[in-house]
Every structure is written in structure tokens, then in C-alpha cells.
Design a protein around this ligand. Structure first.
Ligand SMILES: [Zn+2]
Length: 188
């Protein structure tokens, strides 16, 4: 099984978001380990950048164009698009969307490209949110939307902290490089 992360950037930003892309590549490896620990699934990881050109409004890049790209690349591959735009429609509590073997998320560009904590808080957490929806769905878990959202609310508005992982992908109480949803509720 392959999990393919695609960092979608505007052509005018080419070469300007390399530090973020470095983080994306590390985060992708983190999720390989995280998915193995939480879902007992073995994924190979691939990372790419996808450059988008300015388009006229009628051809705006949206969820539909990403789903088309996903189909063309191969539906057997789990594609995760990290984008500069939000999904047109979503029932998610974050700016993400998921479908069969498909996730997308509006990647929030940090004010400072070296700000690992900001990327962990805004982006890495939401990636874990979308992956959890889709992998729970694939495993036949019925409340794959509601239960993820219940935990998410507790993370954002309750006193449940995100799980903190260090650069070595291990749980840490020190400064984290990666943050993820607490999956205890799902009985994995
Ligand atoms: Zn959601």
C-alpha cells in the first residue's frame, strides 16, 4: 500500500517553500510510523510537489480537479493533497475533505517558514484528523465521522491535549515536531 503526499503550490511560489516541503517530507515519514502504531497498517510513503498555474475562474482548481488527478494517478493509491485552497464543500471541522483513498487539506502557510510548532499545530493535527476518518472508514468503523469530530472538539475546546511526538517520531513531553489526534476512543 502506498500513501502519497502531494504538496500543491502555486508556480510563483516555486523555490520559496522548500523549508515547508522539507517538513512535509519528515511529516510523511512520521505518519508511516504513526499509522503502523495506531492502525497496524504498513504503508510505503511517497512525497511530491505539484505546481499549479494561475487559471481563469471557470477552471478554478478545486476538490473536483484533485479527485480527477487522484483517479488518473491510480485509485489504489492513497493520495493526500496539501493545498493552498480549501475544499469547496466539507462536513469536516477542519479545512479538509476525505473520500475513498483520498484526502485533501488546506495547508496553512506559517508566517515563519522555520516554525515547526506552527506547522505541527495547524497542519499536522489536521492531517491526522483526515487520515483517521479515511482509515476508520476503510476498517468498517461506523462512526468514522462523528467520533473523530467528538475527539477533535475535545482537543480544540476541552482539556484533551494532542499527542506530542519528537523528531524521532516517539512520544515526548518536550518540544514536539509532530502533533496528532488522540485515537484512544476508537479502540484501535
Ligand atoms: Zn472531519
Amino acid at each position: 500500500m502506498l500513501l502519497h503526499f502531494i504538496f500543491v503550490i502555486k508556480d510563483k511560489e516555486l523555490g520559496q517553500r522548500d523549508k515547508e516541503y522539507e517538513y512535509v517530507k519528515k511529516m510523511a515519514q512520521f505518519f508511516k510510523v504513526w499509522i503502523k502504531a495506531k492502525f497496524s497498517l504498513d504503508f510505503e510513503i511517497k512525497c511530491d510537489e505539484m505546481i499549479t498555474k494561475p487559471r481563469i475562474i471557470l477552471q478554478r482548481l478545486d476538490t473536483h480537479s484533485l479527485l480527477k488527478d487522484h483517479t488518473e494517478r491510480g485509485k489504489d493509491i492513497f493520495h493526500f493533497y496539501l493545498c493552498h485552497f480549501r475544499p469547496l464543500w466539507t462536513d469536516c471541522l477542519c479545512e479538509g475533505y476525505h473520500a475513498e483513498n483520498f484526502c485533501m487539506l488546506r495547508w496553512e502557510k506559517p508566517k515563519n517558514e522555520n516554525d515547526v510548532i506552527a506547522m505541527a499545530e495547524k497542519n499536522c493535527t489536521a492531517v491526522s484528523h483526515e487520515i483517521t476518518h479515511e482509515l476508520l472508514r476503510q476498517s468498517g468503523y461506523k462512526r468514522y465521522i462523528e467520533d473523530v469530530h467528538e475527539v477533535w472538539q475535545k482537543h480544540l475546546f476541552g482539556d484533551l491535549p494532542f499527542e506530542q511526538y519528537g523528531e524521532d517520531f516517539k512520544l515526548t513531553s518536550k518540544k514536539p515536531s509532530f502533533l496528532a489526534l488522540d485515537t484512544t476512543l476508537f479502540g484501535l
